[in-house]
Design a protein around this ligand. Structure first.
Ligand code: I24
Ligand code: DGL
Length: 266
């Protein structure tokens, strides 16, 4: 089927997931919505995040996507189930993919989940891990300073190593061997996080695993894109279009993105 794959996120972070899908499935078209006007979702209430996520999903439903990927962990945590029930196409989140990869990896059965406050409070990772393994234990940790650190652009110097180490202090005496980066932005801090937890700990991001799930579902349903011309991705941002453009073009290493402003009702 030649319809696009919808990808939604609270802002630009979900481009990590969009990029993973583009790399694994280069013939697929992606329609991306980033709710940059209302980002971040991490500190918001469940109800708010659920409403905003539904607004984006409905916009993509109107654009006739064949499936929907919720790239935002915070949105996945509170809206995945209800969207799966009501949308006429498959809806995928990033949490199950990350949880599955961690269970495959861990030997000690102790998994740390790093995420925003909203994702941690929801307990969604614990639930996902529990549904997949009876042995594995989750150690949850909210890292509210990490998203602002990435978005400040100052994530490369010594300062960021110190800030990440400080953020991970609460788990320094735990005996885990696997870490899930349960937030779209954290792969940008992977080196800093790996330095803080040491060389014997595996650090996993869900973006890659989610892309594999997209491929599995589309090929199972016989819905992979068959057209020969290269796909024409389309991007929507609810906030500043030029800021979105500069971040997305740098991250995706693509110029002249087809990018539009999108507005949502209050
Ligand atoms: N990275 C992210 N968000 C930002 C940023 C960044 N500014 C610099 N870099 N800003 O997320 C968000 C601010 N909002 C304001 C409202 O409009 C939208 C943006 C992580 C990006 C993940 C793909 C650093 C940066 C960059 C490009 C690529 C990677 C990166 F500019 F870390
Ligand atoms: N996209 C969000 C997530 O993965 C991080 C940014 C935000 O808080 O909105 O949880």
């Amino acid at each position: 089927m030649n319809a696009p794959i919808g990808v939604i996120d609270s802002g630009v972070g979900g481009l990590t997931v969009a990029k993973a899908i583009m790399e694994l499935l280069p013939n697929e078209t992606i329609y991306y919505i980033g709710d940059t006007a209302r980002c971040p979702y991490g500190p918001r209430s469940k109800q708010e995040v659920r409403n905003f996520t539904w607004q984006m999903a409905k916009a993509l439903e109107k654009m006739n996507v064949k499936m929907l990927v919720i790239a935002c962990n915070t949105a996945t945590a509170v809206a995945l189930e209800s969207l799966q029930k009501h949308m006429p196409f498959p809806v995928l989140g990033v949490i199950n993919a990350g949880a599955r990869a961690a269970i495959k990896e861990t030997k000690r059965n102790e998994i740390v989940v790093l995420a925003t406050e909203g994702t941690i409070k929801s307990g969604a990772y614990e639930e996902a891990v529990k549904s997949l393994s009876t042995k594995a234990k989750v150690i949850p940790l909210a890292c509210p300073t990490f998203v602002p650190l990435v978005e400040s652009g100052e994530y490369e110097g010594q300062f960021s190593y110190n800030l990440v180490e400080k953020g991970l202090k609460p788990i320094e005496n735990e005996r885990f061997d696997t870490v899930i980066l349960g937030c779209t932005h954290y792969p940008i801090l992977q080196k800093q996080i790996e330095a803080a937890v040491g060389p014997d700990v595996h650090v996993l991001s869900s973006a890659q695993e989610t892309a594999k799930d997209v491929e599995a579902i589309l090929s199972y349903k016989g819905e992979l894109r068959t057209e020969k011309e290269p796909p024409q991705h389309v991007f929507h941002a609810s906030g500043s279009v030029p800021i979105f453009r500069s971040i997305a073009e740098r991250w995706l290493e693509q110029g002249a993105l087809d990018l539009h402003k999108i507005s949502f009702e209050k």
